[in-house]
Design a binder for this molecule. Structure first.
Ligand SMILES: Cc1ncc(COP(=O)(O)O)c(C=O)c1O
Length: 497
């Protein structure tokens, strides 16, 4: 192994492990959501904390770069945290504490915590590697109720967020470096990052911005044909529905076409459905799971191979930091399921707090329970507010010179396109940035609003976008949107051709 000698802080250091000789696949990984902009935003936050507003035209940094609702002060669901806190400190459940606890907690939270603790044993212990059996049973019940088709809990894997599930599944699919996986462009960078890490080939297909970021089968067909003509062994297709960063929600008809396409072409389908509860036009664009649509297509499709992913990080829960999720295997060879179990065992088990939250997500209070009304009200408030915020921000973007923005049918993001003046593009080149990166850095410096440049998600050549969440608190929206509009006008005036 080559060693290097390098100067660090005036000292000479000899390193056996250095940037040149680490796993090259890791060097290739890019993750824009936490890239240069996010780092600059963190530095700005630290500077404001130290110096106050001095020298800045804003009071605080607003992180619109990542779908992390509780970072932007979304309140956790009360019932979920009540149960989680009781499970974390089981002494609260001993008879001596009963009257004190009953004064603080509703009876259904106490009963649920007792029941979960009985099933789990202890949250501080490793669980079954695939996830606690009773929680997988509850996930199976949830899927059956959602789709109308039953499922086998043995085919459900609880994971540390959907990310870990996606990584495990891609890892098992990428059997050699010429394996291709079709991914949408724009895409959530988990996919390109994981493909880089496991040395697979991204096979991009473009979403149609003019058609509300819709998905054309003709585009899938030509992208697949191109990759195959280049000798790539394309094995799988990733669909993100509702979309990130694009917010589209697929129609049932379109989903059937996608299933037929995969079936015809011999592709495994990976359905990333983490935004299934973030649907803003439920009458026109309801969420359908791929599992349900597949099952509705009859026995001809019995052998179809599908992985579906879900998470506690999104929806109206936003418990990103607890790292919980699951994936369901449909039509997957039992021996492959065994190998997935082996990978899960290498990680011992998904964290138990995340598993508990998955249980609460799939089995919330039901009608008649003491916590039902509060749970419903909290969910409704978050949902209605997300809808209002998405519409407001979309309107603001569309009112800006040279900006067009599709409304979000689902998820938590807007992905506006900006037509940048030539002078801005030249200034970006001079500063060694992509034009959209240059625009987003200028936005951050002028407003404290941190978004992610479109180049981090992929976009058609010579088009420029950025992704912004609509998660900032509603009461901050006036000020925040005002700052964005002022910045944009000044930017355009400065660089107008
Ligand atoms: C489309 C999509 N899939 C997966 C994830 C990963 O979510 P988590 O690992 O927190 O469940 C995200 C997170 O933003 C996402 O947007």
């Amino acid at each position: 192994m080559s060693t290097v000698t390098q100067e660090v802080g005036g000292k000479t250091q000899r390193k056996l492990l250095n940037h040149d000789n680490i796993n090259p696949h890791i060097r290739r990984v890019q993750y824009a959501v936490r890239g240069e902009l996010a780092i600059r935003a963190e530095n700005l936050k630290a500077a404001i904390a130290k110096r106050g507003r001095n020298g800045f035209s804003f009071d605080s940094v607003v992180n619109c770069n990542i779908g992390n609702p509780q970072q932007l002060k979304q309140k956790p669901i009360t019932f979920f945290r009540q149960v989680a806190s009781l499970i974390d400190y089981p002494d609260l459940l001993i008879p001596e504490n009963q009257s004190k606890v009953e004064a603080l907690y509703p009876i259904d939270a106490i009963e649920r915590a007792r029941k979960l603790l009985k099933q789990i044993g202890a949250v501080g212990a490793y669980s079954h590697s695939q996830g606690i059996e009773s929680i997988r049973n509850d996930v199976a019940e949830f899927i059956k109720e959602r789709d109308g088709y039953s499922t086998d809990p043995a085919l459900i894997f609880l994971t540390q967020g959907a990310s870990q599930g996606v990584q495990n599944v891609l890892q098992i699919i990428i059997s050699h470096s010429n394996v291709g996986v079709m991914i949408p462009i724009p895409q959530y960078p988990l996919y390109t990052a994981t493909l880089a890490l496991y040395d697979g080939k991204p096979v991009p297909y473009y979403l149609n911005e003019e058609q509300d970021w819709g998905l054309d089968i003709a585009e899938l067909t030509s992208s697949l044909a191109k990759a195959r003509s280049e000798g790539v062994e394309v094995r799988a297709l990733v669909i993100i529905n509702p979309g990130n960063p694009t917010g589209q929600c697929l129609s049932e008809h379109n989903m059937k076409e996608i299933i037929e396409f995969c079936y015809r072409e011999g592709l495994i389908l990976l359905a990333d459905e983490v935004y299934q509860a973030n649907i803003y036009y439920p009458a026109q664009r309801p969420f359908h799971s791929f599992k349900k649509v597949l099952k509705s297509m009859g026995p001809e499709y019995d052998e179809f191979e599908l992985f579906s992913f879900h998470s506690i990080s999104k929806g109206l829960i936003g418990e990103c930091g607890r790292r919980g999720g699951y994936f369901e295997c449909t039509g997957i060879d039992p021996k492959v399921v065994d190998e997935l179990y082996k990978i899960a065992s290498v990680n011992l088990c998904p964290n138990v707090h995340g598993q508990v939250m998955v249980d609460l997500m799939v089995k919330p209070p039901k009608s008649g329970d003491p916590s039902y009304d509060l749970y419903q009200n909290e969910c409704r408030e978050i949902y209605e507010s997300l809808r209002r915020r998405s519409a407001k921000l979309c309107k603001v973007f569309n009112s800006m010179e040279g900006v067009t923005c599709n409304s979000a049918q689902g998820a938590m993001y807007l992905f506006p396109q900006i037509t940048l003046p030539q002078k801005a593009i030249e200034a970006a080149e001079l500063s060694s940035h992509q034009p959209d990166e240059f625009y987003c850095l200028a936005m951050l410096d002028a407003t404290g609003v941190c978004v992610v440049p479109g180049s981090g998600f992929g976009q058609k050549d010579n088009t420029w976008h950025f992704r912004s969440t609509f998660l900032p608190q509603e009461e901050l929206f006036e000020g925040f949107c005002g700052l964005l509009t002022k910045f944009h006008n000044e930017f355009m005036d400065k660089y107008r051709d």
